[in-house]
Design a protein around this ligand. Structure first.
Ligand code: NAD
Ligand code: TYD
Length: 350
């Protein structure tokens, strides 16, 4: 069946994998990628599908309510998959307002736009809100986040995402807006902006720069290969029950220091360096304020109800990720310099 979907944040890390999957898998859908192209948004991530007949890019900022209403009236989407966000915890500590604006106000603008457009006619309509496990706060040594775990966000990033989750559920409850919501663990893979742990450390190892481990490095995250997250989004968008929440995770917990050591070993192998070379770059630095100790997702609901499970092991995913960065040095150079802006101007100057 033909459908128009607006995917927000489609030029970012996860969004670009979601856009690619939908454009290739559903040629009968019209996929509109709505993205402001902040520092984290990069159209180079989508070069392979940019000329696909069912793909359109629209540059817009979700904090601009008028622009969003105009775009929604023009494209009349049947569905929205909302990924656009400020996503980096450390940046949220430096500038929380940017997170409140985009993650809270931006989400409210999208909800208002679909509410006005769909006007109570919800047959075949769906708003999919992509969220994070960080809304649940921090775990101790044991236990897992369930869909029923109370929200206890600890950083400006997670608080702003929690607020947006509450808004989505409130619009569902109050106006009958058909939504689905997922809370996912830490993603890794190709096109990850090199400010987050794994791509930052890959880049630093390549350049023989120190690897800044926060605190004692004994913080735990549950890692999922980004393409498995995109697969989960496809399944939940099409088969998830209306107004339900699903947790998505990798069943794959790593203490930061252990992960960094594994990364160093693999990088030494790939770069043909003496074993131990990269590990010597590890440097302990001042801890992140309010650093969440441990995240771990119980993803049994999506597994049992929708049959989703990760398809890529961590060994395999990490190896593919390193290979991607080693063969995409130019991408890395461009996103770490101002070159990307030039690419955009050349592409869209008229
Ligand atoms: P990202 O930072 O790589 O990309 C964000 C994208 O949103 C960029 O393309 C950016 O240009 C766009 N954007 C930012 N502000 C915008 C605005 N005001 N208007 C329009 N577009 C804007 O983020 P990501 O890591 O791909 O995360 C995508 C979503 O998934 C986010 O909602 C995030 O909270 C969620 N999430 C991320 C992870 C993770 O590990 N990265 C895990 C779980 C959930
Ligand atoms: P990050 O990739 O920023 O994801 P999040 O904070 O959303 O989980 O960080 C992952 C873990 O790595 C987190 O415990 C913080 C830690 N970390 C470092 O030790 N050094 C760094 O330079 C970065 C960016 C993160």
């Amino acid at each position: 069946m033909s459908k128009t979907l607006i995917i927000t944040g489609g030029a970012g890390f996860i969004g670009s994998h979601v856009v690619r999957l939908f454009v290739n898998k559903y040629p009968e859908y019209k996929i509109v990628n709505l993205d402001a192209l902040t520092y984290a948004g990069n159209l180079e991530n989508l070069k392979d599908i940019e000329h696909a007949p069912n793909y359109t890019f629209v540059k817009a900022d979700i904090t601009d309510a008028n622009a969003i209403n105009t775009i929604f009236k023009e494209y009349k989407p049947d569905g929205v998959i909302h990924l656009a966000a400020e996503s980096h915890v450390d940046r949220s500590i430096i500038d929380p307002n940017a997170f409140i604006q985009t993650n809270v106000m931006g989400t409210a603008n999208l909800l208002n736009a679909v509410r006005a457009l769909w006007n109570g006619h919800f047959e075949g309509k769906r708003f999919y809100h992509v969220s994070t496990d960080e809304v649940y706060g921090s775990l101790g040594e044991t236990g897992f986040f369930l869909e029923t775990t109370p929200y206890e966000p600890q950083s400006p990033y997670s608080a702003s995402k929690a607020a947006s989750d509450h808004l989505v559920r409130a619009y569902g409850n109050t106006y009958g807006l058909p939504f689905v919501l997922t809370n996912c663990s830490n993603n890794y893979g190709p096109n990850h902006f090199p400010e987050k742990l794994i791509p930052l450390f890959i880049n630093n190892i390549c350049n023989n720069k120190p690897l800044p481990v926060y605190g004692d490095g004994k913080y735990t995250r549950d890692w999922l290969y980004v393409i498995d997250h995109a697969r989960a989004i496809d399944i939940v968008f099409h088969e998830g029950k209306c107004c339900e929440t699903y947790n998505i995770g990798g069943f794959n917990e790593w203490q930061n220091l252990e992960l960094v050591k594994l990364l160093c070993t693999k990088m030494d192998e790939k770069l043909g360096r003496q074993p131990g070379t990269s590990e010597r770059l590890i440097t302990y630095v001042k801890d992140r304020p309010g650093h969440d100790k441990r995240y771990a997702i119980d993803a049994s609901k999506i597994n049992k109800e929708l049959g989703w499970a990760p398809s890529v092991t961590f060994e395999e995913g990490l190896s593919k990720t390193i290979d991607w960065y080693l063969s995409n040095e130019e991408w890395l150079r461009n996103v770490t310099s101002g070159d990307y802006q030039k690419y955009y101007q050349a592409q869209y100057s008229n």
